[in-house]
Design a protein around this ligand. Structure first.
Ligand code: GDP
Ligand code: MG
Length: 726
């Protein structure tokens, strides 16, 4: 016999532990965050448990089912249209009052609901005692205690959910959320009106529909218009009448009155079921917040944290980076020894290994950066950062919530831009999408590390920090500019959710770090590999070129002159001379290589675009590197790696050496970093911008960022030169 199959949807406030419980049940690995908005996508898992086939859905976190944010719409539509067999409301038991708003709204819908009182440990630690039997009785909903991160009560929860799904449980009419008499009267009147008019196939609970119509819920109005056919207009008119009547009664919008009444109802429940012991533990979170979100201290501390992250990323990352570098150097040496000379060998060593190798060494830096960001997210500090930024964000006319995508932008712009979906107003969304690319993503980090590392020595960490800061400042300026011109509008009011601080789980931090690291590695195998090969081909062909000087004769001359000296020198001098000879020959062959590259297709291309980059102090090699960086920012480094590819005997810090002996100066390096920071986003980001906004805004974003990049780099370079910097 086929096992019965059921669908269980997990709903709940953000940070209530949905994803944790989802992972516990399904075993599927997934991101576990600590601030609102992480779960925008629907996550699905299938398990076979207790003799059933179970499909589990991790719904986006919401505080209510009003259709204001995308999460709320997704969640509500899912429950209404997909009819999951059971909706499990994951309630943060340490924050019962806030969680119950969603709980009562779910209860009003005609679905089977089960409450999971999660974070039972925290709730207990705070000295709270929840009467689960009473809660279950008051709302006629089964209740189970769980501790998500310790996997406690999860089996009980699943069992209870499946029992409920498999039962013919009818929701008792009596214990619904009750409104005041006037509102209840209006609900009944509209309800009977709907029942008279509407066809049998109308899919939603009638009382719920009536309530939503009285709240003037646009989506439900639209549905009624669709599903109720000709009588839809009638029903809506009647609802409008009743709304007018209620507005007159209360001198306020019925929606506000009903929200108030729901809170009143919740306050009543809380009184019944929650007892707080007198020796309530000091709320550590609140104490910590006194400092971290302090009006004066908060911001400097935040900046300090970010600065510390970059120091860590740069200083600690240096060691493993060097190990990988030496490994690649060793590999190149071995391959060089065993492979016969051919164009394929050249491709492998100078194209693929030089290109991919010059980027892959940054894996440790990237992992450290993401580890730090994961700590921010999992401790709950991320939301504090958004809270702190709220005032500054208001300067742009955005609220702190927009800062979360921007912060994510430090990691990668692609998910960051996707995270802007959580914003309610379209203008806010477009504005956030426009300014997010100025948050320097981790792909740009290798470029800074190479340039700052080569030209700024021990001050590299600070220089990179300043670059990041500059990006933030420019994004604020951009925000202001667009807000006061093309994207005028008010910022929507909101409450920034501040979840309690938590000690992050090491496992979760490592998973986060690795998930992002994996993306980086995938890029290595894909786009960076292809990019390196293309750059190599363009820099190697055409093969037949006329050299300015006769390198062969020069080499022979050097050879001969050393040969003469060597033949009448003693044994020890011979060794020294041999070494000198090798260096001299290497120098000639490097010069030849440089010239070959210069006369290659890539060189011609570089020369063609050189005039554009000359004013900002970037030579044709840098120009070509920037051009190829359009595909992915890491390619800037790998292109430099190929363009400056130095002979095999060179040290592992070859690129750095090559840059130092090139025409570049600290000032031109700074100018190039500024350009990299600001110029057009990478291909993947552009694609998401297109998807999240429109073709028009995508074009605006490209043109705007590239012109700003050029102008700023010009200021930096020419300005620096004018005041005598080099
Ligand atoms: P979601 O936003 O609802 O998906 O919440 P998550 O599953 O991402 O959980 C948010 C945080 O709460 C994570 O750091 C979890 O480790 C933590 N967490 C989940 N359940 C519990 C619990 O029962 N007790 C405690 N103390 N922490 C929990
Ligand atoms: Mg989640």
């Amino acid at each position: 016999m086929q096992p019965k199959s059921f669908t269980i949807a997990l709903a709940g406030n953000p940070n209530s532990g949905k994803t944790t419980i989802f992972n516990n049940i399904t075993g599927t690995r997934q991101k576990v965050g600590n601030w609102p908005g992480v779960t925008v996508e629907k996550k699905e898992g299938h398990v076979r448990k207790f003799g059933y086939d179970v499909k589990i859905i991790d719904l986006p976190g919401t505080y209510s089912l009003t259709p204001f944010s995308i999460e709320e719409i997704i969640t509500r539509d899912y429950i209404l249209d997909e009819n999951p067999d059971v909706v499990v409301d994951i309630i943060d038991a340490s924050n019962l009052e806030r969680s119950l708003y969603l709980a009562t709204q779910l209860r009003e819908l005609d679905c089977k609901v089960l409450f999971a009182l999660n974070m039972a440990d925290l709730s207990r630690a705070r000295g709270n005692k929840i009467d689960d039997d009473k809660l279950s009785e008051l709302l006629a909903v089964p209740v189970v205690f769980t501790v998500g991160n310790k996997n406690e009560g999860i089996d009980t929860l699943l069992k209870a959910a499946l029992d409920l799904a498999d039962s013919s449980f009818k929701i008792p009419q009596k214990r619904r959320v009750k409104y005041s008499n006037d509102i209840e009267a209006a609900i009944s009147e509209l309800k009977s009106h709907i029942e008279n008019k509407i066809v049998d196939t109308f899919p939603y609970n009638v009382r719920w529909t009536a309530i939503k119509l009285l709240e003037d819920d646009n989506i439900v109005k639209e549905r009624v218009r669709q599903k109720a056919g000709a009588s839809g207009g009638d029903i809506l008119r009647e609802a409008q009448e009743l709304r007018k009547h209620l507005t007159g009664r209360f001198d306020d919008d019925p929606q506000i009155i009903m929200t108030d009444e729901r809170y009143g109802f919740i306050a009543g429940i809380i009184k019944e079921v929650l007892t707080t012991s007198t020796k309530e533990r000091v709320d550590i979170s609140r104490k910590v917040d006194l400092v971290l979100t302090n009006r004066f201290l908060g911001f400097p501390i935040f900046i300090f944290f970010i600065w510390a992250i970059f120091q860590l990323t740069f200083t600690f990352g240096e060691y493993p980076k060097e190990w990988i570098g030496s490994g690649i150097h060793l590999l190149t040496g071995i391959l060089n020894g065993v492979l016969p000379n051919s164009i394929l060998k050249d491709l492998l060593l100078n194209g693929i290994i030089a290109g991919v190798g010059s980027v892959i060494i940054f894996l440790p830096n990237i992992l450290i950066l993401f580890f730090c960001i994961a700590i921010f997210e999992d401790t709950g500090y991320m939301s504090r950062a958004a809270f702190l930024m709220d005032k500054i964000m208001h300067l742009i006319g955005l609220h702190g919530k927009s800062f979360i995508p921007m912060l994510m932008g430090f990691g990668c712009n692609v998910p960051a831009i996707m995270a802007s979906r959580t914003l309610e107003s379209e203008k806010d969304r477009i504005l956030t999408v426009l300014i997010t690319p100025f948050m320097s993503c981790s792909a740009k980090l290798p470029v800074y590390i190479v340039l700052a590392g080569a030209f700024f020595g021990p001050r590299a960490g600070t220089v990179i920090f300043c670059i990041y800061l500059f990006g933030i400042i420019l994004s604020i300026a951009t925000g202001r500019f667009f807000r006061s011109t093309f994207l005028r509008g008010d910022d929507a009011p909101f409450v920034m959710e501040l979840p309690p601080y938590r000690v992050p789980m090491m496992k979760s931090l490592l998973i986060h770090m690795w998930d992002r690291g994996k993306i980086f590695l995938k890029k290595m195998g894909g786009i960076i590999l292809v990019g390196s090969i293309v750059v190599w081909v363009l820099s190697t062909f055409p093969r037949t070129i006329e050299f300015d000087s006769d390198y062969e004769t020069e080499t022979n001359k050097v050879n001969a002159s050393y040969q003469a000296e060597i033949s009448n020198a003693d044994k020890i001098t011979v060794q020294a001379l041999e070494k000198q000879r090798a260096t001299a020959i290497l120098k000639i062959s490097n010069a030849q290589k440089m010239e070959a590259t210069e006369k290659s297709f890539l060189g011609s291309l570089g020369k063609l675009i050189a005039p554009v980059f000359a004013p900002i102090g970037v030579d044709w090699r840098g120009g070509v590197a920037l051009l190829t960086g359009f595909v992915a920012k890491e390619i800037v480094v790998s292109t430099l790696g190929v363009l400056y590819s130095v002979e095999e005997e060179a040290e592992s810090g070859a690129l750095k050496q090559a840059l130092l002996s090139s025409e570049m100066t600290p000032l031109s390096a700074l100018s190039m970093m500024i350009f990299v920071l600001l110029y057009l986003p990478c291909l993947a980001t552009i694609a998401v911008i297109r998807r999240e906004t429109s073709l028009k805004w995508m074009m605006i974003s490209i043109v705007y960022s590239t012109s700003i990049a050029w102008i700023m780099a010009l200021f930096a370079y020419q300005g620096g030169k004018a005041i005598g910097l080099v």
